[in-house]
Write a protein that binds this ligand. Structure first.
Ligand code: F6R
Length: 364
C-alpha cells in the first residue's frame, strides 16, 4: 500500500533511509569497521578489469561505480548499456569480472548481455533487487539490494540501494588492491554507516523542492549538469524528469556545455546544477556561471558551503548535507527524484504509471 503517501513513487523515495540502511547492514560489519562482501571467498585481488553492463537508471548506478572503482581501487572499468554491449563485439579478457545491475533481474537486454559475457569466459557478478529473479539465479557473485518491492515505474529506492552495494564493492576492491591510504577505509565505512542519516537530511528539503516545482513544470526543456559522479546523477535527474513529467530534459557533463549545448541556453531553459563539494566544485561553478551569463536560470544543488560560495544569482538553491565523495551520489539522488516527482504532480501526469513504460522490460 501507499500508506499515507499520494503515490508509490513518493513512498519509495521516503523509504530510502531505511532500505539503504537495511542494504548496508548486510555489507558493513561495524564491529571492526569493515565492509564485507557476502561471499568471502571471491578473489577480488585477482580482478584486472571490470565490465559493467545495465540499462536505464541501473546503468547510471553503474556509471557512478565506474568512477568509484577507478578512483578508489585503481581498477580499469568498461561500461556500457546492455543493448549496445551485446552487439558491439566487446573484448573481454578470460577470467574477467562482468558486473550486471538490475532492479528486476529480468531486463531482457541485460540478461542477454550476461549470458554473452558468460560465454566469453567472464565471472558474473549481479547487483539485483528481486532475489528470485533470473539474473540472481545465474550469478556467480550475487550482491542483493534490500530495497523491497519497487512498485513505481520510475526507479528510486532501488537506485540508492544499488549505489550502497556498489560502494561496498568499491571498498572491498580497494582493500584487495591495497589502494586506500591508511585510515581512509575506516573513514569511508564510518561515513557509509551514516549515509541513512544524510538521506534523511536530504529528504528534509522536500518542501523547498516542491515550492519551486511549478517553475520547472512550465519549462519546455531542462538541462542537468554535473562533473565526476555528479554527472551520472545529472543523467539520472534528466531521465527521471522526462519519464514522469514528459518534459524534455538532458543531462550533460558540465565541461561539455561549451562544446554545443550552451547554444540552447536562454531564460526559458532552467539548468539544474549538481555540485557536491570536492576538487571539481570550482570547475562546475565556472560552467554554471557561463550559463548564468547567458540568462540561464540555475537551480543549484550543493551543500551549505557550496551554496554560500556560489548560490548568489540562482533561481533556487537546494542544500544537501556535507558528505564524503563516496556518499554524495546516494544523497544527491534524493533531490533529483523529488524534483521530478513534484514537477510531474504539478503537471498532473500519472506519476506511478507513466505512458509507454513498463516496470520490467522483457523485450529486447
Ligand atoms: C527509470 C527506470 C528504468 C530502469 C531500466 C532497467 O526510472 O526505472 O530506466 O532502470 O528499465 O531496469 P532494471 O533495473 O530492472 O534492469
Amino acid at each position: 500500500s501507499k500508506g499515507n503517501h499520494r503515490h508509490f513513487m513518493l513512498k519509495e523515495i521516503y523509504e530510502q533511509p531505511i532500505v539503504v540502511a537495511q542494504t548496508l547492514r548486510s555489507y558493513l560489519q561495524r564491529m571492526d569497521d569493515r565492509v564485507t562482501l557476502p561471499i568471502p571467498d571471491f578473489d577480488l585481488g585477482a580482478i584486472r578489469r571490470v565490465t559493467i553492463v545495465a540499462c536505464g537508471t541501473s546503468f547510471y548506478a553503474g556509471m557512478v561505480a565506474k568512477y568509484w572503482f577507478e578512483q578508489f581501487a585503481r581498477v580499469p572499468v568498461d561500461l556500457d548499456v546492455a543493448s549496445e554491449f551485446r552487439y558491439r563485439a566487446p573484448v573481454m579478457e578470460e577470467g574477467g569480472l562482468a558486473l550486471f545491475i538490475s532492479q528486476s533481474g529480468e531486463t531482457a537486454d541485460t540478461l542477454a548481455a550476461l549470458r554473452h559475457a558468460r560465454s566469453e569466459g567472464q565471472r558474473i557478478a549481479v547487483v539485483v533487487n528481486v532475489p528470485t529473479s533470473t539474473m540472481a539465479r545465474e550469478a556467480d557473485l550475487l550482491l542483493p539490494t534490500h530495497a523491497g518491492p519497487e512498485i513505481g515505474v520510475a526507479s528510486t529506492k532501488a537506485f540508492t540501494c544499488q549505489l550502497a552495494v556498489l560502494a561496498a564493492l568499491a571498498v572491498n576492491l580497494a582493500r584487495a588492491k591495497a589502494t586506500l591510504a591508511e585510515g581512509e577505509e575506516s573513514e569511508i565505512v564510518r561515513q557509509l554507516a551514516e549515509a541513512p542519516a544524510a538521506l534523511n537530511a536530504a529528504l528534509a528539503q522536500d518542501g523547498a523542492i516542491e515550492a519551486m516545482a511549478h517553475t520547472i513544470a512550465a519549462a519546455r526543456d531542462v538541462l542537468y549538469l554535473g562533473r565526476g559522479t555528479d554527472y551520472p546523477l545529472a543523467l539520472e535527474g534528466a531521465l527521471k524528469l522526462k519519464e514522469i513529467s514528459y518534459i524534455h530534459a538532458e543531462g550533460y557533463a558540465a565541461g561539455e556545455m561549451k562544446h554545443g549545448p550552451i547554444a540552447l541556453i536562454d531564460d526559458a531553459v532552467p539548468v539544474i546544477v549538481i555540485a557536491s563539494s570536492g576538487p571539481l566544485f570550482d570547475k562546475t561553478v565556472s560552467n554554471m556561471q557561463e550559463v548564468q551569463a547567458r540568462g540561464g536560470k540555475v537551480v543549484l544543488i550543493s551543500d551549505d558551503e557550496g551554496i554560500a560560495a556560489a548560490g548568489e544569482g540562482c533561481l533556487a538553491t537546494i542544500a544537501m548535507p556535507k558528505v564524503h565523495p563516496l556518499i554524495a551520489p546516494l544523497v544527491y539522488a534524493i533531490p533529483v527524484q523529488l524534483l521530478a516527482y513534484h514537477v510531474a504532480v504539478a503537471k498532473g501526469t500519472d506519476v506511478d504509471q507513466p505512458r509507454n513504460l513498463a516496470k520490467s522490460v522483457t523485450v529486447e
